[in-house]
Design a protein around this ligand. Structure first.
Ligand code: UD1
Ligand code: CA
Length: 456
């Protein structure tokens, strides 16, 4: 029987090189903290237990991962990767295998990890990559027969060792019984005075134990994040994969290098996503949905035929039929648009429903409102939903025509078929099928002279 798999994720570092107040493993890739990507990958391997070593910002890290079942291990003093793994060992039995993952390598494909854990051979394995610029990584040393004989850290390496292009990804698989022994023997006689996990390779080699090196063919997803340049490089990889997946679902992405997908998207047929679109959270796009350039969508459910025109920002929006949004619309949570609706430029909608065929084409604020079918909201209409203390509702029944520059002071109801004259401030309910105007009558004064500047 194969040995139980325990996964140890090292996440106690501060990430000094990020120059950020955020614990490094909470820096995001694709809108998600790096550590969550790793926890997903770890879960996919179906391990006996996942141990996460934390230290810097421990409370924030734990809180961010509250949905995961994890054995939290506190490393109160940051004394190196070897010291960090050692803190998790008391919870791991001798007959287990331990897979060490680094919190700052968030995008390792599960396929690469399962290939490594699927082989039951050597007591110690390491995932390596070859880099043209190996700066910062531990270099893989090999003996004359080509076997791995040790790992030397960048900062402790000689100029000759710096030239080695094969590096340690930090992903290590070891038999617990040996790992425990090796960790107990670690010293900290190096430039950083830290207990390096990587010193176990020389120990295993001197014991003549087999070390299995797995050289990954493509290093791009396996690289680590020590600074913002490397973070941006991984973000680019994430973006690339997310776009590929959507294209495989049949989505027409105009330029996969210029779309950011930061969360799951389900898409129907003939969906088109134009350039510079950002999709955050969970989004569902029905058949034929078009997302115009520069649009940002978060947690939206758009029915077939919905067209989002350029530079619109949508969060928590659902549409129930084909409709037009934007350009430059801002739709906030609780917006529900029925078939044939149109929300045009510079219109903000929050917690409001627009019934079939209703339109707010320009420059309006519609908040806490229920709008029936066939309603026309004129330019500059504002629902005054907030009195400084509470929010109030506006109800606009079917076939209402609201003239431009109208203020509807909520709570207020506008009855079916009513017309409101432009420039009105509506403070009382409007009866159906009437014309309601609340502006002062227009007067013209004949012969009136505009003041003139005195000539000198
Ligand atoms: C480490 C490896 C190096 C490898 C590289 C891959 C060591 C000594 N070096 O170097 O061989 O090429 O990763 O990116 O292992 N951490 C703790 N507690 C500690 C120290 C670190 O939890 O006391 C965590 C950090 O949060 C981080 C990870 O371990 O997630 C790696 O630490 P880091 O300092 O980034 O190691 P590198 O110098 O990058
Ligand atoms: Ca690192």
């Amino acid at each position: 029987m194969s040995k139980a798999l325990h996964i140890v994720i090292l996440a106690a570092g501060e990430g000094t090189r990020m120059k950020s107040s955020l614990p490094k493993v909470l820096q995001t890739v694709g809108g998600r903290p790096m550590l969550l990507h790793l926890l997903d990958s770890a879960d996919a391997l179906d391990p006996e237990q996942v141990h996460v070593v934390i230290g810097s910002g421990a409370d924030r890290v734990r809180e961010a991962c509250s949905e995961y079942k994890v054995n939290w291990v506190i490393q109160s003093q940051r004394q190196g990767t070897g010291h960090a793994v050692k803190q998790a060992m008391p919870a791991i039995p001798d007959d287990a295998r331990v897979l060490v993952l680094l919190g700052d390598h968030p995008l390792i494909p599960v396929s690469v990890l399962s290939e490594m854990t699927g082989q039951d051979t050597a007591p110690l394995s390491v995932l390596t990559i070859e880099l043209d610029k190996p700066r910062g990584y531990g270099r893989i040393e090999r003996d004359r027969t080509g076997r791995i004989s040790g790992v030397v850290e960048d900062r402790d390496a000689t100029p000759a060792q710096w030239k080695i292009r094969e590096v340690n990804t930090g992903i290590i698989l070891a038999d617990a019984v040996h790992l425990r022994r090796w960790l107990d023997k670690l010293g900290c006689d190096n430039i950083k005075n830290e207990y390096y996990l990587t010193d176990i390779f020389a120990m295993a080699h001197s014991e003549k134990r087999e070390i299995h090196g797995v050289l990954a063919p493509d290093p791009r997803d396996l690289q680590g994040v020590n600074d913002h340049r490397q973070l941006a490089a991984l973000e680019q990889r994430f973006r690339h994969h997310a776009a590929q997946q959507l294209m495989d679902q049949g989505v027409h992405i105009i330029d996969p290098e210029r779309v950011d997908i930061r969360g799951p998207v389900t898409a129907g047929r003939d969906v088109c996503v134009d350039i510079n679109v950002v999709l955050e959270g969970r989004n569902q796009l029905g058949d034929g949905v078009f997302i115009g350039p520069g649009a940002v969508l978060k947690n939206c459910d758009l029915a077939a035929g919905t067209r989002v025109h350029p530079h619109s920002v949508l969060e928590g929006v659902s549409t129930t039929g084909p409709c037009d949004i934007g350009p430059f619309a801002r739709l906030r949570p609780g917006t529900v648009l029925a078939a044939g609706t149109r929300v045009g430029n510079f219109v903000e909608v929050k917690n409001a429903r627009l019934g079939e065929g209703s339109k707010a084409s320009h420059l309006s604020y519609i908040g806490d409102t229920i709008i029936g079918t066939g309603v026309n909201i004129g330019a500059g209409t504002i629902t005054c939903n907030y009195d400084g203390a509470s929010k109030h509702q506006t109800i606009i029944e079917d076939d209402v025509f609201v003239g431009s520059n109208t203020q509807l002071v909520a709570p207020v109801t506008v009855g079916k078929g009513a017309t409101i004259g432009a420039g009105s401030t509506i403070t009382k309910d409007v009866p159906g099928d009437t014309l309601t105007v609340s502006r002062a009558r227009q007067t013209s004064i004949k012969g009136w002279q505009r003041p003139r500047k005195k000539e000198v």
